[in-house]
Structures are given as C-alpha cells and as structure tokens.
Design a protein around this ligand. Structure first.
Ligand code: ATP
Ligand code: MG
Length: 350
C-alpha cells in the first residue's frame, strides 16, 4: 500500500495566502511545508473573490515558491456573509432523522435562501435544561462562494478536496496543540486583516462562532489617516519599522485607538455569547492572526477585556524539521494558525 499524501491546508486571507502541509509520523505531526505570499488589496473583498485571475496567479506563485505539484487542498471559508455557524436546540432525534429534517430545521436560523447553502451539523448532546431536546451545531455555507474558491484553487492546479470553516480549523489546531480542557470556556480569536473570527469552545466543542468585518486593516487605516502617511508607510509603522518624521509616541497612540475599536467589537460578541448561552464566563483567550504580531496588541486586549490572553503557537506539538526555516516559521506562527488547522483535515474524515 502506498501511503496517501496529506492534503495542503490553504488559507486564502485578504492579505496573505498561507499554505501548510503536515505529515503524520509515528512520533506525531511533522510540518513538511509552510509558505505564504501577499495578496493585492481588493482581490478578496467581504470574504469572497473579487478578482479571480489575480487570486489564481497568486496561488500559482505560492505553489512555485513551495514547490508544490498537483496536490489535494483543504480550503477555509469564513466571513458572516459566506458561512453561518449556530448552536441550536431541537427535539431529540437520531442522526439519520436529523439528516432528513435538517434543511427544514435550519430554515429559521439561516439568513440565506436555504437552497443556496450547503448544510452540515454536529450533535453536541442532550440539552442540559430540557430532557426532550438536544443541542446541535448547525453550519450553513453559501454554495456559490465555496464553489468560487474551489474553482480558483482548481484553476491554479490543485485539487480541492475539503471545504472547512476557518473557525473549525482553529478548533482543530488548538486541540492538537493544547488538548481539551473540561468545563473551560476558551475563546479562539483570529484577528486577520479584514476579518475577526471568534470561536468559543466549551470542553473542546465549539458553542459560539461569529465572524466580524473588523481586523488589523483598521490599524493601517488609522495610522495613515491620523499621521498623514501613505498606506504603505502605515503598514511599515505597524510592523515596527520607522518612517521619517513620524514619532513613536504618535504611532503608539494610533495603534491603541484602532485596537480599542477591535476590542469593543470582541467585547460585544462576548456579551452576546453570555446572553445567548447563559451566564458563562470566558476563562482564556487564545489569540491568532496577523494582529497578534502588532506590538502590544495581546497585552492591551487582556487589559481591556480583563481576560488572560495567550498568543497561540500552532506548532507547539508539531515538529519543524531543520530543512525548513524554523526561525521564520516561528515568527509567522500566529498567521499560520488557520492553515495548520486546515492541514489537519484528511479526505473522508467527515
Ligand atoms: N510582523 C507584523 N507585525 C504587525 N502586523 C503584521 C505583521 N505581519 C502581518 N501583519 C498584519 O497582519 C495582517 C495579516 O494577518 P492574516 O494573515 O492573519 O490576515 P488574512 O488572513 O490575510 O486576512 P483575513 O483573514 O482577515 O481576510 C495584516 O493586516 C498585516 O498588516
Ligand atoms: Mg485570515
């Protein structure tokens, strides 16, 4: 028997495309590849593809850089206009019964036409308050958006094998690295350039998922606007580089004010979680995404929300062989979180 090649986790964000591949070895997971390439502004807009030709050419560039041939790819879908994940409570029934009726059950919760979405679900178990009911995580992803991403990946020369949800990828990445903590509420927060994914897990299961359209682009915009510099210079300042005639104190102030808006949005989601799930507190935040690299951002988040914040290390339990650029991969690790989670999926794992 030939060992089947693991698929590539392909995270197409609005500012970078990231690719990761993991080998399953006897000693655990080993990273066989991690690469990223920047995407031009506007190629991805509102979590959908706005310029397919440009996306295909950037994916091809990534494949060349990573020396990838025609491999299987797991892609991630995110954004509130592309996918909805919701915990619902419905009458007790078997998995087969739910498969037959999920479309009907889902209708009232899904803001899209029910025929335009792919529906998936996972039964969490009996509801703790009512014996005749059970809790289910419902997933509804817009078919047209998933298809568009699959087409682009196919045109670039890969074989799309699984479409996953970014927040679920984060859960898988977190679980293999940090394990499952019983009765703990952990908020996995991925702050990218234009999206923030929030996924709250309870004993390892996702019970609250929400994507909002705020991200670290706001840092760049506030820096550019308040310091009167170009977007390119603002991006440099955000990354800790210096720009002529700009004081560090002003940079600090601009970053703090943009961060504050991001934290307010996260705080709102937490309030919503508390009101919809019951008076539960959040024990810890596991932060990922490019914003985790913005100086002072994790600490400020912890102060503002009053919750411990840990920047996740998606490679905590993954061996990185010497032939890869270990220092670079560690520096970029918060950005790699979703790609690693996608790379954990295997065709047929359900
Ligand atoms: N070294 C760094 N220091 C500060 N910020 C950084 C650094 N590297 C990247 N960023 C910022 O991180 C963001 C990109 O992060 P990420 O790759 O997680 O986003 P994305 O997945 O492309 O976007 P999204 O998922 O929101 O569409 C950009 O806003 C970028 O400016
Ligand atoms: Mg992203």
């Amino acid at each position: 028997m030939f060992k089947k090649k693991s698929p590539i986790g392909l995270d197409i964000g609005s500012s970078y495309i990231k690719a990761a591949c993991l080998n399953d070895t006897k000693a655990g997971y080993e990273l066989s590849m991690f690469e990223m390439v920047p995407l031009q502004t506007g190629v991805i807009a509102d979590s959908a593809i706005a310029d397919k030709a440009a996306l295909v050419s950037s994916i091809k560039e990534l494949l060349r850089k990573a020396n990838i041939k025609k491999d299987g790819a797991v892609i991630g879908i995110s954004g509130h206009s592309a996918v909805i994940v919701k915990k619902i409570t419905i009458p007790l029934m078997t998995e087969d019964e739910l498969s037959a009726s999920i479309k009907y059950e889902a209708q009232q919760y899904v803001p899209f036409d029910i025929n335009d979405v792919d529906i998936d679900f996972q039964i969490l178990g009996p509801n703790s308050e009512t014996e005749e009911q059970m809790d289910v995580v419902l997933v509804a992803a817009r078919k047209d958006i998933t298809k568009d991403f699959c087409d682009a990946v196919d045109m670039a020369g890969l074989i799309p094998v699984i479409a996953d949800v970014d927040s679920f990828a984060l859960c898988n990445m977190y679980e293999i690295n940090y394990g499952i903590e019983k009765r703990k509420n952990i908020a996995l927060i991925n702050v990218g350039a234009s999206t923030t994914n929030i996924c709250i897990i309870q004993s390892g299961m996702p019970v609250f998922v929400r994507d909002s359209i705020i991200g670290s682009n706001l840092h760049t915009e506030v820096l550019a606007g308040s310091l009167n510099v170009s977007m390119e210079d603002a991006e440099r300042l955000k990354m800790g580089r210096s720009v002529e005639d700009v004081s560090q104190a002003d940079v600090y102030m601009a970053i703090a004010s943009a961060s504050e808006e991001i934290f307010t949005e996260i705080f709102r989601s937490f309030e919503y979680f508390r009101s919809s799930i019951g008076d539960e507190s959040i024990d810890r935040i596991a932060l990922s995404g490019g914003a985790a690299l913005v100086k002072g951002f994790p600490e400020a988040m912890s102060n503002r929300l009053g919750i411990e914040v840990e920047v996740v290390d998606p490679f905590k339990k993954i061996k990185i062989p010497d032939k890869l650029d270990i220092a670079y991969i560690h520096d970029m690790s918060p950005i790699a979180a979703v790609a690693v989670g996608l790379a954990l999926r295997r065709a047929g794992d359900g």
